[in-house]
Design a protein around this ligand. Structure first.
Ligand code: SAH
Ligand code: SF4
Length: 399
């Protein structure tokens, strides 16, 4: 039997069997080897599972018509194709959907952790906003997720699982609602055209898992989302930016929010470690930049703090020479937030300065605010247990 690289990534789901949905080729290989598929068949079998799971969106092994009956039965008796469990699904008046998802417990966890995923349909595209961590170690002053302690990093299958689940729910597999009608879904008919790592968590603090997950999402024989349609947003973990460019090569967004260190230190505290000048140097060196491949700079508009016209001009100066897009984000309030959003007139004046400098349509329309699905509003109730609160002995499968 071939070695299982990390068997701990296979957790029994709610049906009591571990899910293969969201695994990479290596994980599928190990799972197949684990039920006795001979070595010389592994490559072919992995290929079959891969296309059923990632091209067709299969949710049952029974549907895999080119897999032998016996193997289908063994697979179904040992594994599942379960997605993250939906705790709640909310539909906003503007078509935005938010899912609260429950993941299988891992290790010490007493309670199954929860995360949020958001789908934002627009005329020209559909964007899926996914989470990379449960909570966040950082504490940006304007962000709701930042008030939730980090519970843990998501593993690749949990990150990919968000994409599978969303495609299930919005009927984004070949044949619409039924994924088993055969045939591929032409790119032009896809609902989810873009993925942004802008949900809960700082993706560059979960580097390897997010990278492996994006490799599955971008795999040309599977979900096949172009890397140019995947955007990682970071608060500015400078040393990881060039690594991400080399190893993942997706589009990049930077949560800038201030143009002076003194203010950015307060709004985005990671700035004390990696100040603006270092961040800008990392951006300038990001591989593959061109006018067609720009870095997005996100800037949340906070009343009286960062929204003066002098700030707007300083912003333009700061970004000079970097192929950049500017995204002005109206502040999305949450209960107890210490900030107030800028007045609409001020956002327009600020945008006008940015516009005149050649940056097109810089204001991001808030989506899904009525269901707390807008940027920075995501927060789940998952709590991290202190060492004292954990079960004394780890029984291996959670409590
Ligand atoms: N941790 C990463 C990605 C998640 S946050 C990061 O910080 O970039 C996604 C985006 O939402 C970031 O630009 C973040 O600064 C922004 N954001 C956070 N809270 C917000 C709020 N209350 N209103 C508007 N945007 C917010
Ligand atoms: Fe974490 Fe990003 Fe929120 Fe900052 S803005 S607390 S980095 S999720």
């Amino acid at each position: 039997m071939s070695a299982v690289r990390d068997p701990s990534t296979l957790q029994p789901g709610s049906v009591g069997r571990a899910s293969l949905a969201g695994l990479g080729r290596e994980g599928l290989r190990a799972a197949l080897a684990g039920i006795g598929v001979p070595d010389k068949q592994l490559k072919m079998r992995v290929g079959q599972l891969w296309s059923w799971i990632y091209v067709r969106g299969a949710t049952a092994f029974e549907a895999m018509s080119d897999v032998s009956k016996e193997l289908r039965a063994t697979l179904a008796g040992t594994y599942s194709l379960e997605r993250p469990e939906i705790v709640a699904e909310q539909l906003s008046g503007d078509g935005t959907r938010k899912w609260l998802l429950r993941l299988p417990k891992r290790g010490h966890e007493m309670r199954a952790p929860e995360i949020e995923t958001v789908y934002i349909p627009e005329a020209e595209r559909g964007t899926l906003c996914i989470s990379s961590q449960i909570g966040c170690t950082l504490t940006c002053s304007f962000c709701h997720t930042g008030t939730q302690r980090l519970v843990r990093n998501l593993v690749p299958a949990e990150i990919v699982g968000q994409v599978l689940l969303a495609r299930d729910r919005i009927g984004d597999w070949p044949g619409g609602a039924s994924p088993h009608d055969g045939g591929l879904l032409p790119a032009a008919e896809r609902k989810i055209t873009n993925v942004v790592l802008m949900g809960m968590g700082e993706p560059l603090y979960n580097f390897d898992n997010v990278r492996d997950a994006m490799a599955i999402v971008a795999d040309g024989e599977g979900l096949a989302l172009s890397k140019r349609r995947i955007t990682l947003s970071t608060s500015g973990v400078v040393p990881q930016i060039p690594r991400w460019g080399e190893q993942a090569g997706t589009m990049l967004a930077i949560s800038l929010h201030a143009v002076r260190d003194e203010l950015r230190d307060k709004l985005v505290p990671i700035n004390r470690k990696y100040p603006i000048a270092e961040l800008m140097a990392a951006c300038r060196a990001y591989p593959g930049l061109s006018n067609a491949r720009r870095i997005t700079f996100e800037y949340v508009m906070l009343k009286g703090l960062n929204d003066s016209l002098a700030d707007a001009r300083a912003l333009i100066k700061l970004l000079a020479g970097i192929p950049a897009k500017i995204n002005l984000i109206p502040f999305n309030p949450w209960p107890g937030a210490p900030h107030e959003g800028s007045d609409w007139e001020q956002i327009e004046r600020f945008a006008e300065v940015v516009n005149r400098a050649g940056y097109a349509s810089p204001v991001r329309t808030p989506r899904g605010r009525d269901i707390m699905a807008a940027c920075g509003q995501l927060k789940s109730e998952s709590l991290k247990l202190s060492a004292r609160e954990r079960p004394i002995a780890d029984s291996g499968g959670g409590a």
